[in-house]
Design a protein around this ligand. Structure first.
Ligand SMILES: Nc1nc2c(c(=O)[nH]1)N[C@@H](CN(C=O)c1ccc(C(=O)N[C@@H](CCC(=O)O)C(=O)O)cc1)CN2
Length: 298
């Protein structure tokens, strides 16, 4: 049976580190890292995620401000709120919960966020920096996946990883992070041919396609590590249930290690969001500090 990678437990460890860093920023610099969360509309899943983000931020001693806007909010109104948050020195991180109602342009909203406060790591400047292997704010879900992977595979160098799914939020940044860790990376998607045999050759499979139970036991090499990013609500015998993109029971009998859904990648996403907020606060503090003299004074 595969080793279970417990996202709930690991995320609590990350959140403890976040709480320590929050306390350091407060006691040493009188700064309370603060996250502004923007939710537009009434999407039920988004409301749960946003509530959890605000709750975890408070538990870690951070500031959090929730901006709930109604579903009819215009692009101009949303852009003006982002502009206000960009210029608010008490706000260190800005997150706009996705998806937005269809009349709003997500790309325009993301591009309007100050890249230094873009704790989702979705701004084109942060995306480009990650692709170029430069320091940046890294998207939360892939960052959480890397923490989980490192727990069971301390040495990633030379490992063959297949990422199933090519979204901007998960697939693409995930591939960039695996490349940075010296993995050999294959990206697979709905048009990929022979996807099963590609995965069967992989040491690591990241399932992020958004298709319940897509990855079966016959896709997985014995002993491989499987990270399930899918969070799909399905009805089983009249009851709503959350399942991943991986057929968990079957794959657990083949894989070496596997993440569950729920209790896997989801909690890590929120923990990494708060980690990014402390990093953004620290970075903003450093950019305010007077420059140090480059030569020593006599
Ligand atoms: N601005 C963003 N929007 C969205 C992101 C994101 O990273 N930034 N990711 C997803 C949703 N998401 C975070 O926002 C998210 C999804 C799921 C979970 C989570 O903890 N899930 C639990 C189950 C929760 C439940 O019972 O419904 C789990 O997997 O155990 C956290 C965050 C899309 N939008």
């Amino acid at each position: 049976m595969a080793q279970l990678i417990d996202g709930k437990r690991l995320s609590n460890q990350v959140l403890q580190d976040v709480a320590c860093e929050v306390e350091r920023l407060r006691s040493e610099h009188n700064v309370v890292p603060t996250l502004a969360v923007v939710l537009v509309g009434e999407d039920p899943a988004s409301q749960v995620y946003v509530r959890n983000k605000v709750k975890r931020a408070k538990e870690a001693g951070m500031g959090s401000i929730l901006h709930r806007l109604d579903a009819g909010t215009t692009q101009g109104e949303l852009n003006r709120l982002i502009d206000r948050l960009n210029h608010d020195s008490q706000v260190h991180g800005i997150l706009v919960q996705l998806p937005l109602p269809s009349h709003l342009d997500e790309d325009e909203v993301i591009a309007a966020i100050n890249p230094a406060k873009d704790v989702d790591g979705f701004h084109p400047l942060n995306v480009g920096a990650l692709a170029a292997g430069q320091a940046s704010l890294v998207p939360c879900t892939p960052q959480g996946c890397m923490i989980m992977l490192h727990r069971v595979m301390p040495e990633l160098r030379g490992k063959h990883a297949v990422v199933v799914g090519r979204s901007n939020i998960v697939g693409k940044p995930m591939a960039a992070l695996l490349l940075q860790a010296d993995c050999t990376v294959t990206m697979a998607h709905s048009r990929t041919q022979e996807i099963e045999s590609l995965c069967r050759n992989a040491d690591i499979v990241i399932a992020a396609a958004g298709r319940p139970g897509l990855v079966g036991a016959d896709w997985i090499k014995p002993g491989a590590t499987v990270i399930d990013v899918g969070i799909n609500a399905v009805e089983v015998e009249g009851t709503r249930k959350l399942v991943g993109d991986v057929a968990f029971d079957a794959v657990s009998r083949t894989a070496g290690a596997i993440t569950p859904v729920p209790g896997g990648v989801g909690p890590m996403t929120i923990a990494c969001l708060l980690l990014n907020t402390t990093r953004a606060a620290r970075q903003q503090l450093a950019s305010l500090a007077p420059p140090r003299p480059s030569v020593s004074c006599p």
